[in-house]
Design a binder for this molecule. Structure first.
Ligand code: NAD
Length: 438
């Protein structure tokens, strides 16, 4: 919902006053997520150079030959930087290449894991890459460009490819300044570029509106059969959406003490096992702590946190999450950073991160657990905030704008890919590199 404050700040007067203007981000258009344009591979050659060249050659509409043309993406391979002296390569290559980066461009830097470095000098050089990448993200956000760092474990090979596709694509338009660790888990085979979720069954909680509805739409678009769950009061909205998506509505209040058993029984009756489970349902009951009622506290923790743990535990016990299943949790930037008036909400959202990271360490039949921490996203939840707080949420990031529910949905679909096995225990901020909690 555009407020008069946004309209004013984005007007000629706002520009004249020096207010940074947001670039119009290029977001996915139906099934088309891919960019057209030139991708330049640079840095210090490693095993990844040949792998990436071969893979990118197979993607539609990408040009890898350098003819001095404008660049849609720059991929810098820093995995072989072994000393701090070699960091000068960053200056040498990027000063030449960045002037050629188009608006809405992509900068992707690859690094090795610091703990696997051969010596202290190499560890320092690898760590430098995160400061470098995050700073570029802050400088190039005004052009709608993003910069992200992928940190690769020693044995990572194919696991890198789906991650690279996401960060090169329009699906990551609002993800910038992030460091994503890729591990060497087994990838059976790469998922197709179009409809990677074909044949998968997904359950999305809180699917009647907002981010949950966008997730249900995105997963359907990518080939999954979707079950949308929401409270009985949201029945008509949910049914309408599920009819549109040929999905199945399920009316259930997850805060009920037996909701996990009810869900498990329903799945058993339908003969369904989930490949993708998205814990999206959430509420806010904001109040300064000294005024917070017991109901505000318990309700928030019951829905945002305890229901998530109960449901996942029962579905895992009943083997109703398939081998190599994908569990995605909706945390929040405020959970990472804390927020005035949100001790209850931030506790629940921080707890989800801890839960996700713990579950990722448990042997779980190839099931991965990843979390998304959205920043300021335009939904009915954020529409209730006071106008100045809303405007600050929109502006205080490197892209100078709010995210959309679709931005979050794209990140969920990315974690849900069968070949995203190298991502487990990740917390991805979809926040335009918000200054909050950075
Ligand atoms: P929203 O309020 O628009 O939608 C939440 C949905 O969850 C609703 O359809 C609601 O009916 C459902 N729900 C609530 N309680 C439920 C229950 N007990 N059982 C079943 N369903 C229930 O919220 P949103 O903005 O779309 O947020 C979705 C998720 O993303 C939430 O977990 C939220 O905390 C998180 N998030 C949102 C933002 C943002 O900026 N909007 C930022 C960070 C995190």
């Amino acid at each position: 919902m555009t407020s008069w404050v946004t309209a004013f700040l984005n007007s000629a007067v706002g520009r004249w006053c020096g207010v940074p203007q947001p670039a119009l981000l290029q977001r996915p258009d139906g099934e088309t997520q891919c960019f057209r344009g030139s991708v330049l591979l640079c840095g210090k050659s490693s095993v990844y150079s040949a792998l990436l060249r071969q893979h990118l050659t197979g993607l539609p509409d990408l040009e890898l030959e350098d003819k001095g043309q404008p660049l849609q993406a720059i991929i810098f391979d820093g995995t072989q930087l072994q000393s701090t002296t070699e960091l000068d390569l960053l200056w040498q290559q990027f000063t030449l290449l960045l002037p050629r980066l188009t608006h809405h461009g992509r900068i992707i830097v690859l690094s090795a894991t610091v703990t696997e470095a051969r010596c202290a000098d190499a560890a320092a050089a690898q760590a430098a890459l995160s400061g470098f990448t995050r700073s570029l993200a802050k400088e190039y956000g005004r052009f709608g460009s993003t910069a992200n760092l992928l940190t690769l474990q020693d044995e990572v090979r194919q696991q890198l490819l789906p991650v690279l596709e996401f960060f090169l694509s329009k699906a990551s338009a609002y993800v910038t300044g992030q460091v994503v660790a890729v591990s060497a888990a087994l990838v059976q085979r790469l998922s197709p570029w179009v409809k990677p979720l074909q044949g998968k069954t997904a359950l999305v909680t809180g699917a009647a509106r907002g981010i949950g509805a966008a997730i249900a739409k995105k997963l359907t678009e990518q080939g999954a059969r979707v079950i949308g769950l929401d409270v009985p009061q949201a029945g008509s909205e949910l049914s309408a959406l599920m009819r549109q998506l040929s999905g199945q509505p399920l009316l259930l209040d997850i805060s009920q003490s037996d909701s996990a058993e009810q869900l498990s029984q329903w799945l058993a009756q339908q003969g369904m096992v989930l490949d993708i489970l998205v814990h999206n349902a959430g509420i806010t009951r904001d109040s300064l702590f000294h005024r917070m009622t017991e109901a505000q506290w318990t309700q928030t923790l019951d829905i945002n946190l305890r229901a998530v743990l109960r449901i996942t535990t029962v579905l895992l016990q009943q083997h109703q999450i398939s081998d190599n299943g994908r569990v995605v949790l909706l945390s929040s930037m405020n959970g990472l950073a804390g927020q005035k008036g949100q001790t209850n909400y931030a506790s629940s959202k921080a707890a989800l991160v801890g839960y996700c990271q713990f579950m990722a360490t448990q042997p779980q039949r190839g099931i991965t657990f990843n979390a998304i921490a959205p920043g300021f996203i335009e939904t009915q939840m954020t529409a209730t905030l006071p106008v100045m707080m809303r405007e600050a949420g929109r502006r205080m990031n490197s892209l100078y704008q709010a995210g959309t529910a679709e931005d979050v949905a794209c990140a969920v679909a990315f974690f849900a890919r069968p070949d995203a096995a190298g991502l487990n225990g990740t917390v991805l901020r979809v926040c335009g590199q918000s200054v909050i909690g950075a």
